[in-house]
Design a protein around this ligand. Structure first.
Ligand code: SF4
Length: 392
């Protein structure tokens, strides 16, 4: 995988590439779809455009002045990796509707480029776009291992499962060379600290040698996110994540190594992949998954426009239906941030999804409660040896 490494000062403000936006009805004419298709040229990327982040004072927008040169500025979209000098690495949250209270994220941005990714809007905090910037201008926290050792060493630290790579995928392509996630896992393993992971990458199999012994102690669990079995849809929707087959193989490899795997159907998008719920859970169970979960599509902040552009580009015939069904689950809005409803939606479509999912999970033995990960095995730094940790 090719990527460039540069300092934070790289020019990262890119003009919006297209102006494609859907009408409120979500209706797209064939002419509009064809025009969007002509403008689209970033093969292998999820977002169609690079709209300016919501905190910027100036909005960049290209327009054609009649010379037909609007596309001439487009440089090949290479992946750039920048350093993010983090001051702390464990982020705590008190959201009542998520199952973990702390996360560690070695990277910001994600090259997998899933168009629906709820982490996209976080790129606006760095003055970057939630669109193409999110999937091509990445940040690595090179000092994450040192910070983790330091934070786990605090006398006041109380161990609870760390969700590793929950904001953006800890096994995205740059991890193959950077190996930050692996080092973090080694540190957590040395401390006997519980960890959960969620990924769309087969690269996690590289770290089975660390995860399997942790799972045996009851301190590790993995989630593999699979949203569709349709290769073509996956390629458009999650362009640089592993294929559905590779993800299912990953479920099998992890399960066979004794690591409990939860398959996350995240997100379910009514009118697009909801017809696959049963097939996804059947396939997951057949590959050894121990549990299953889901969230429905969420479209906060910039994701709404990005997702609507994507629909117009890739599935124009279904765009209106998808938008209408999504709004039906959100009380007529594109997004409803209310606790518990944000992941499940409400109304008849949300209820139907919930019932179908529960039934399919039950039929496949994927609905049982999972035992909590152990925290009583935690070893503070003094009992491990600080030098040993630094050598990891
Ligand atoms: S793999 Fe996860 S973090 Fe990465 S783009 Fe997809 S949804 Fe976002």
């Amino acid at each position: 995988m090719k990527f460039l490494l540069c300092s934070f000062s790289c020019g990262f403000s890119q003009a919006m590439r297209t102006g494609q936006k859907l009408k409120r009805t979500g209706r797209v004419t064939l002419i509009e779809a064809a025009e969007a298709a002509e403008r689209f040229e970033h093969r292998g990327r999820g977002a169609i455009s690079n709209q300016t982040g919501r905190f910027e004072r100036q909005i960049h927008n290209l327009f054609d002045d009649g010379w037909g040169t609007i596309e001439d500025d487009a440089a090949p979209l290479e992946t750039i990796l920048m350093d993010d000098t983090a001051k702390t690495i464990i982020t705590f949250n008190n959201s009542p509707d998520i199952s973990f209270d702390r996360t560690v994220n070695p990277y910001r941005g994600c090259e997998h480029g899933c168009i629906y990714c709820f982490a996209r809007p976080t790129h606006a905090w760095a003055g970057l776009s939630a669109g193409l910037d999110f999937e091509s201008r990445l940040f690595r926290k090179a000092n994450a291992p040192e910070l983790l050792i330091k934070e786990l060493s605090r006398p006041s630290y109380v161990p609870k499962p760390i969700a590793l790579g929950m904001n953006t995928d800890a096994y995205q392509p740059v991890e193959r060379e950077q190996r930050l996630t692996r080092r973090l896992l080694e540190i957590l393993s040395a401390h006997n600290h519980p960890v959960t992971l969620l990924t769309k990458s087969a690269l996690i199999q590289r770290d089975i040698d660390i995860l399997a012994p942790m799972a045996e102690k009851g301190i590790a669990r993995v989630g593999v996110s699979i949203t569709t079995l349709d290769r073509k849809l996956a390629r458009k929707m999650e362009p640089r994540a592993a294929t559905p087959e590779r993800r299912l193989e990953t479920v099998r490899a992890l399960s066979q190594a004794g690591i409990p795997v939860l398959v996350m159907t995240a997100p379910i998008i009514p009118g697009l992949n909801d017809h696959e719920i049963e097939a996804l859970l059947d396939a997951s169970a057949a590959h050894g998954a121990a549990g299953a979960g889901y969230v429905v599509l969420r479209l906060p902040y910039e994701i709404k426009d990005l997702f609507h552009e994507w629909l117009a580009q890739h599935v124009p015939d279904r765009a209106a239906r998808v938008i209408n069904l999504t709004r039906e689950m959100r009380g007529g809005k594109d997004y409803d941030a209310e606790w518990f409803q944000r992941g499940r939606g409400r109304g008849p479509m949300a209820n139907l999804i919930s019932q179908r999912f529960q039934k399919a999970a039950l039929r496949n033995g994927l609905s049982s409660q999972r035992p909590a990960l152990r925290t009583d095995l935690f070893r503070p730094r003094e009992s491990i040896g600080g030098q040993f940790l630094l050598e990891l």
